[in-house]
Design a protein around this ligand. Structure first.
Ligand code: PLP
Length: 373
């Protein structure tokens, strides 16, 4: 079989199934529902598979809600910090659970949603930061626009509410969730009994080896018993953790005080979290700089000086055409790619459980051009 043209994302069924089995067990043992947060992963070609395990999908707005409704099925939940008046009617056709960000948004839209039989929820800000280092991922940071604080909460709106929602975690374990739920109960406890459901958002690293699954299950059970609510989780990352790779080729090597390899993939265009977060993605078969004999700085072919993926070492020198495999590239990658510099978008490949690869989608000049005019 001819080698596929790089760069491409390859999502692997066996790895996806591994995660889905874990999530299924959590749903069964905790008695909760798990939704895919599509903003992390929207490869709708595998939604039919995900749907066999998950209760539905969570959307950040109109387009994701439509994709979820049309391709995922099950329940379609949507949250937006501010809905648009000119989109709301259409959104009613796609979503069944609407989570609002503020009392003002409830005033504007909740009656409309309820009139068409939709579930209505409010996102809370329990003002409980449990993560360090990544302020851009902390919805509880001072000045946050995400969620309603106790000060702004309006008990007169309780009759509008079917549920409450919070999302405050990022790649975290169940101990931080416990801390957050304690803060939530201390502030909003009296209202929880009046709700049909509680949505604990995403950021639960459930499929990471060592995650405290037992604590999560115990917590969900306690919430259900104490308040009589149905519990939702809406992880993105955990659904596709380690389920895909980005395959790239070396285009050229040069030397400027150190060895440098230019790849046919770009941090800025194909894995922007590497620069935004920032982090150094794992690369199969490589070591830390200096650990193996040949160390290279790996960079993209764009004009951005900082389009650098990281420094890695190898057992043998890199040569033109060598293929490199970045790990854990299913999440927050395909959904964030761009064509800066006219960079081509990586193809999307599916590896089924028997190990055979299919190109689900490839991109060309048209995909670059049609986003411009
Ligand atoms: C980002 C987000 C999620 C998913 O978060 P992960 O870290 O990918 O699990 C879920 N719900 C909301 C409201 C989000 O903003």
């Amino acid at each position: 079989m001819a080698e596929l043209r790089t760069p491409y994302f390859r999502v692997e069924e066996a790895k996806l199934l591994h995660n889905l089995e874990i999530l299924k067990k959590v749903q069964e043992e905790a008695g909760c529902k798990i939704l895919l947060a599509q903003k992390a992963f929207s490869m709708f070609a595998c939604y039919p598979l995900l749907r066999r395990y998950l209760a539905g999908s969570a959307a950040s707005g109109l387009y994701e809600a439509r994709l979820g409704k049309e391709h995922f099925g099950g329940e379609t939940h949507v949250f937006s910090p501010a809905y648009r008046a000119d989109e709301f009617e259409e959104l009613l056709a796609y979503a069944d659970h609407f989570v609002f960000n503020s009392p003002a948004q409830l005033d504007k839209y909740a009656a409309k949603a309820k009139a068409t039989g939709k579930q209505v929820g409010l996102r809370l800000n329990p003002q409980c930061s449990t993560q360090e280092g990544h302020a851009i991922y902390d919805p509880c940071a001072p000045g946050s626009r995400l969620g309603t604080t106790l000060e702004n909460f309006r008990p007169d709106q309780l009759p509008l509410l079917d549920g409450l929602h919070f999302h405050t975690l990022c790649e975290q374990d169940a101990d931080d969730l416990e801390t957050t739920v304690e803060a939530l109960e201390a502030q909003f406890g009296p209202y929880l009994k009046e709700m049909k459901w509680l949505n604990l958002g995403g950021g639960h690293h459930i499929t990471r080896p060592g995650y405290q699954t037992g604590r999560l299950i115990a917590l969900v059970r306690r919430l259900k018993e104490t308040y009589g609510v149905e519990v939702y989780l809406e992880p993105g990352e955990a659904v596709v953790l380690n389920a895909g790779v980005l395959v790239t080729s070396v285009l050229e090597t040069i030397h400027n005080g150190m060895d440098i390899a230019i790849l046919d993939t770009s941090a800025a265009c194909h894995m922007p979290d590497v620069l935004e977060m920032p982090y150094r993605p794992p690369l199969r078969g490589s070591g830390q700089p200096g650990e193996k004999e040949y160390t290279y700085r790996l960079g993209g072919p764009t004009c951005l000086a900082g389009d650098v993926i990281g420094d890695y070492s190898f057992d043998t020198p890199l040569r033109e055409g060598d293929r490199l495999i970045f790990e854990d590239m299913a999440l927050y990658t395909m959904v964030k790619t761009n064509t800066f510099n006219g960079m081509p978008l990586p193809a999307i490949v599916w590896r089924d459980r028997d190990g055979s690869d299919t190109v689900v989608r490839s991109f060309g000049y048209k995909d670059f051009k049609t986003r411009l005019s």
